[in-house]
Design a protein around this ligand. Structure first.
Ligand code: NG6
Ligand code: CA
Length: 504
């Protein structure tokens, strides 16, 4: 009840007025800033209007660019979620871990609890750490019971507080896990999860399409919750199940409470948005707002969340003490498994921002994502073309906070992230579905691979795979249209040699 009242208070009056009214004197805090990473799910570079490539308007996300640095060469490590999140939190390339692939909702935790992680490192530096939103890095051990302690999970890899979607919004179980327990689960309504077989008597989207308000286009035809069929089977835990349209509000309340409670000490907040991943189920107040259907509306909902976070930072008088990083786990996709009309309602919008491929792709559309960093008073606003990756945040934030981290794939690029230098990393390995390619300077080399050049007919995106070696110059050809491998055989040979030395 308290939470609901608190939320409506914030929603109706906005964050700024009520919070500043309770605030003590302005802070004059020494030491490193709060760190907030806002991480969208399947958001393209063209979806964020400060990049000037698409038709959607995201005024709140744009504020981060206006107050900070817009990176034109910012990358996720991977073209899908789990591997990118693994790299973000561990500073290690995901292709080094064979389990860092899109995980089922009942997969065990894939981060070894002895590993260095971003939240552990920041905790050592004196930060209070919290995660709110999508996890998708596995939970517990094989065969875990969802009705008892769900460990290891975020709290065992460095987060003091966690309130997470167990995996993705299209996978069972459709419940939040709060500090190692299914939130709101009651003893008389146990929750069971399987990715093998249905539970007798439970309806599925395959057998009962008449129960659905949102129909799958491919896959997603198993257990039904809230009129939407998902990947995987579940039974029970009804009282704990989320309402998809309220996920944004629920996560916002937890994130806001965390910031308010911890305003006087340095905090690290990882806010992992579930938008615009499928199923796209924005709250009714965003429905129809984008004119682009559910995908655009879900992005506007995410933009609203960013606006509320920025408003709260201001209200708490923490602007000059807070570093905000905004990015996305992988590139965009239109039809990712539900008939939500994302393709037909797109209009003139280009989520891909002119890049080739998209989610699941080794081409730049898979991994070349929006990447914004602000820290008013310390970072001068501007645009940077430095090559930076999410894998670098561990070493860079360790550099910022005076921590030592073991040698990993992460590079300390704090000068690039804070705009003191235009130099980023020289070379970066990118990954899609377990295959890798190399970006070095402006060149991209994709080694030859067996495999389809296109994903399935619904997703309908290029994978980047070819039986020929591919070489592109992104400075001259950002859309990767011209394969220069035979035009520049020396560059191809050098790039192949560098690629081999980096992945061995
Ligand atoms: C795919 C799902 C897709 C999405 C993706 C993971 C099907 C047909 N497709 O297998 O909908 O869930 O996995 O997305 O099931 S990610 O952003 O979390 O990596
Ligand atoms: Ca994703």
């Amino acid at each position: 009840m308290y939470r609901i009242c608190f939320f409506f208070f914030l929603l109706i009056y906005g964050f700024a007025a009520p919070v500043s009214a309770q605030m003590p004197e302005a802070f004059n805090r020494e030491g490193p800033p709060n760190i907030i990473i806002i991480y969208a799910d399947d958001l393209g570079i063209g979806d964020v209007s400060c990049y000037g490539r698409g038709a959607l308007r995201t005024p709140n996300i744009d504020q981060i660019a206006k107050k900070g640095i817009l990176f034109t060469n910012g990358y996720a490590t991977s073209a899908t979620c789990t591997p990118s999140r693994f790299a973000l939190l561990t500073g290690t390339y995901p292709w080094r871990n064979r389990d860092a692939r899109i995980l089922a909702g009942n997969a065990p935790l894939i981060i070894d609890t002895s590993m260095q992680t971003l939240p552990k490192m920041l905790r050592k530096a004196g930060y209070h750490t919290g995660i709110f939103g999508k996890w998708h890095l596995g939970l517990g051990e094989e065969g875990m019971d969802w009705n008892s302690d769900i460990r290891p999970g975020p709290n065992e890899v460095g987060f003091d507080e966690s309130f997470i979607l167990a995996s993705t919004n299209d996978r069972v179980p459709t419940v939040f896990v709060e500090n190692g327990k299914v939130a709101g689960l009651t003893a008389d309504d146990s929750l069971f999860v399987s990715y093998q077989a249905n539970f007798p008597g439970e309806p599925t989207g395959r057998d009962h399409p008449e129960l659905l308000k949102l129909h799958p286009s491919h896959g997603h035809d198993m257990s039904i919750h809230n009129g939407i069929s998902r990947i995987g089977y579940m039974k029970g835990g009804v009282s704990a199940r989320w309402v998809d349209e309220e996920i944004a509000d629920t996560v916002m309340v937890r994130a806001s409470e965390f910031m308010i409670r911890n305003r006087e000490k340095p905090f690290f907040m990882y806010l992992a948005l579930h938008q615009p991943h499928v199923p796209r189920t924005p709250h009714p107040r965003f429905v129809g707002r984008s004119g682009q259907g559910a995908r655009g509306d879900a992005i506007l909902e995410a933009d609203w969340m960013v606006g509320k976070i920025l408003g709260l930072i201001t209200a708490l008088q923490l602007e000059e003490y807070t570093l905000v990083i905004f990015s996305s786990d992988n590139g965009p996709v239109l039809d990712d498994g539900y008939i939500d009309r994302a393709v037909v309602q797109l209009g003139g919008h280009d989520p891909f921002g002119g890049f080739r491929g998209g989610k699941y792709s080794l081409y730049d559309g898979g991994t070349h994502v929006p990447f914004l960093v602000s820290w008013p008073g310390t970072i001068e606003p501007g645009i940077s073309s430095a090559l930076v990756s999410q894998v670098d945040l561990l070493a860079s934030l360790a550099g910022l906070t005076g921590q030592k981290v073991p040698q990993t794939d992460s590079q300390n690029l704090i000068d690039a992230f804070t705009g003191k230098s235009d130099t980023g990393r020289e070379a970066l390995i990118l990954e899609a579905s377990g295959r890798t390619c190399l970006r070095n300077g402006d060149w991209v080399l994709i080694p030859p691979y067996d495999g389809p050049a296109w994903t399935n007919q619904w997703v309908n995106l290029e994978t980047g795979l070819s039986d020929q070696v591919q070489l592109f110059h992104l400075g001259l050809d950002p859309a990767q249209k011209q394969n220069l491998a035979t035009v520049y055989p020396d560059v191809t040979a050098q790039m192949l040699a560098l690629y081999k030395s980096m992945i061995e």
